[in-house]
Design a protein around this ligand. Structure first.
Ligand code: FES
Ligand code: FES
Length: 176
């Protein structure tokens, strides 16, 4: 009548075969870092766990929600999908690098002004994605903003206010 599986079934012991960390140099928010990184570490985990940059959020960890969006050499990417060791020589900008309290990025200020968040979990990814979107220069209208940020999900449904905030910065043309 026992239905539980053997305790050994499916277990993997990572400690059995330690792998060497690999060296990589990345510039993160303008600061150069020489890093030792385990080969399987994603950029997201490097940022959050190794560097303490917890502004970047982990949602799905599978490239489906956009919570982990950062800028890689100025282009927006899902950091959960990139192995950090593959980014040797790259520049990464996280939400902390866009702005801080007292010197907010225009997008951060616009998100506050337009009430473009509720729980805030998606917000750093939305802001990094919007910075990348504006730099790309392809979005002109609300529909285009919505479409080109469709990879950034908001479980609170703040999409209308997010689009308002992004459009304001887009139209003012003052995104740094
Ligand atoms: S955490 Fe990376 S896309 Fe969801
Ligand atoms: S503000 Fe809650 S998920 Fe977007």
């Amino acid at each position: 009548m026992t239905h539980h599986t053997s305790p050994k079934a499916g277990t993997a012991h990572a400690s059995a075969a330690p792998m060497a960390s690999m060296g990589a140099s990345l510039t993160i928010n303008g600061t150069p870092h020489q890093l030792l990184i385990e080969p399987w570490t994603t950029l997201l985990d490097l940022l959050r766990e190794q560097l303490g940059l917890t502004g970047t959020k982990k949602g799905c960890d599978h490239g489906q929600c956009g919570a982990c969006t950062v800028l890689l050499d100025g282009r927006r990417i899902n950091s959960c999908l990139k192995l950090a060791v593959s980014l040797d020589g790259s520049e990464v900008t996280t939400v902390e690098g866009l702005g801080q309290a007292g010197r907010l990025h225009p997008l951060q200020a616009a998100f506050i002004e337009h009430d473009a968040f509720q729980c805030g979990y998606c917000t750093p990814g939305q802001i990094c994605s919007a910075a990348g979107l504006i730099a790309e220069g392809h979005a002109r209208s609300r529909e285009e903003v919505r479409e080109q940020m469709s990879g950034n999900l908001c479980r609170c449904g703040a999409y209308t206010n997010i689009a308002d905030a992004v459009l304001e910065v887009l139209e003012k043309g003052d995104a740094r």
